[in-house]
Design a binder for this molecule. Structure first.
Ligand code: HEM
Length: 418
């Protein structure tokens, strides 16, 4: 049963003149009842009933891009589609409303920048996220995963999201950045706050400041006494030939928090849900664990869950429609990876697909910098869950809970085993 009545959706705004009637489809990306009930089933339905590029009057009115080709094209076109989602005037207006002693407003560099500045700010992070650097962390990640499994294994059931999917990437994050692991509870709380739906864009500013404050002490300490961690490494980097600053360190810290936690949590949640629904597949992977690498990729395609956003930088065209400067566009990657024009029978989970190149990690200059880390975390959790637990299944009395927006998120997933 749908839990959201139509009058609880965000108010619909009038259709602007440049949007033709045939481009309109009414869809609330935060509160659509179908999306909250069974997200990827609703994504498939959207691809059937709406054009690959459509405009929705909900959430102040914006474009939704669900087709693969259209998503790929726009992601690789920063000239027409900027990552600076707010205009300079909007940013200035926002800043005016902050208390005078608010301090630096952390900006998630480089995800909110366009080339060429984007490349300059992405460069210092590259080495830390290279396949080699991440592979070196794999066994530590496995040990963290095992600790979490140890805590639930004898009880025969758990809510996988709070028990495992959420603390694992938070622990990995603390460890990688060199933040004290004793502060796990505090950082988990920050993740929960960050994941809660925002009432206004101002919430993001306050939340980001809180995240930066939580890292402040360690950032200061590593400036004077570097250790073997990412915060120390970043202090030693230069940005465009200039030394690193505290503000820039906060920007990087907030970026990694936003980009690296919420994402992996949901990736794991959708993956374990798929396995719990398919015991035969669990057994296939238990018998041949080498297949887990391919399985993890097909899970990412089948259950893609992030929705990056862009602003139209200058009047342009996409999917046969005219888009106007400052229109907001959602890169609905979950649609792209279920588009039958790109992936035949997209609903079928098939590790042997001829084309298995998904865009769960995006495309173009902003393609996910943390994809190697994400892949290792996902593979390790599937490996350890399958190796340590007997066949596990969904608890039918406690259906999974989801929320939606720029991430399609899984909040609760109760699984059982004998
Ligand atoms: C399954 C997990 C993940 C998924 C599906 C994912 C997905 C994405 C996507 C779609 C983008 C592109 C955003 C855009 O075009 O605006 C992105 C960017 C990014 N991701 Fe991930 N991500 C994941 C995990 C991570 C992790 C673990 C980290 C690191 C801690 C990370 C760090 C980043 C960074 C730094 C960017 C910005 C890159 C840039 O702007 O150049 N991600 N991610």
């Amino acid at each position: 049963m749908d839990t959201i009545a139509p009058d609880m959706l965000s108010p619909a705004v009038p259709r602007p003149d440049h949007v033709p009637v045939e481009a309109v489809y009414d869809f609330d990306m935060h509160l659509d009842p179908g999306l909250l009930r069974d997200p990827h089933e609703r994504v498939r339905e959207l691809l059937r009933v709406a054009p690959p590029v459509f405009w929705t009057p909900r959430n102040r009115g914006h474009w939704m891009v669900t087709g693969h080709l259209e998503n790929y094209t726009l992601s690789r076109d920063p000239v027409n589609f900027t990552s600076e989602v707010m205009t300079a005037a909007q940013s200035a207006m926002f800043l005016q409303h902050l208390p005078p002693d608010f301090g630096h407003v952390p900006i998630a560099f480089p995800i909110q920048l366009d080339p060429p500045a984007h490349g300059i700010y992405r460069a210092p992070l590259q080495a830390a996220f290279s396949p080699k650097a991440i592979l070196a962390r794999k066994e530590k990640i496995r040990a963290l995963a095992n600790e979490l499994i140890d805590a639930v294994i004898d009880q025969g059931h758990c809510d996988f999201v709070p028990a495992i999917a959420e603390p694992l990437p938070v622990k990995v994050f603390l460890e990688m950045l060199g933040l004290p692991v004793e502060r796990l509870t505090e950082f988990r709380q920050l993740v929960t706050e960050h994941m809660a739906p925002a009432k206004s864009p101002m919430d993001f500013v306050f939340r980001s400041r809180k995240v930066a404050d939580a890292m402040g002490e360690t950032i200061d300490a590593r400036r004077l006494e570097p250790k073997d961690d990412l915060i120390s490494l970043l202090w030693q980097s230069e940005i465009d030939g200039k030394p690193m600053t505290k503000e820039m360190m906060e920007n990087f810290g907030v970026l990694l928090f936003i980009a690296g936690l919420d994402t992996v949590i949901n990736g794991m949640g959708f993956g374990i849900r798929h396995l719990a629904k398919n015991p035969g597949f669990q057994n296939e992977l238990r018998a041949n664990p080498k297949l887990i690498v391919e399985a993890a990729e097909e899970i990412l395609r089948r259950y893609t869950f992030t929705v990056p956003v862009r602003r139209v930088a200058q009047d342009t065209e996409l999917g046969g429609f005219a888009l106007k400067q400052n229109d907001i566009v959602m890169i609905f990657l979950p649609g792209a990876d279920l588009d039958a024009r790109e992936f035949p029978n997209p609903e079928v989970f098939d590790m042997k697909r001829e084309n298995n190149v998904h865009i769960a990690f995006g495309a173009g200059p902003h393609r996910c910098l943390g994809s190697h880390l994400a892949r290792i975390e996902l593979q390790v959790i599937y490996e350890q869950m399958l190796a340590r637990l007997p066949e596990f299944r969904l608890d039918e009395t406690k259906p999974a809970k989801f929320h939606a927006g720029n991430i399609i998120a899984i909040d609760s997933l109760t699984i059982r085993w004998d």
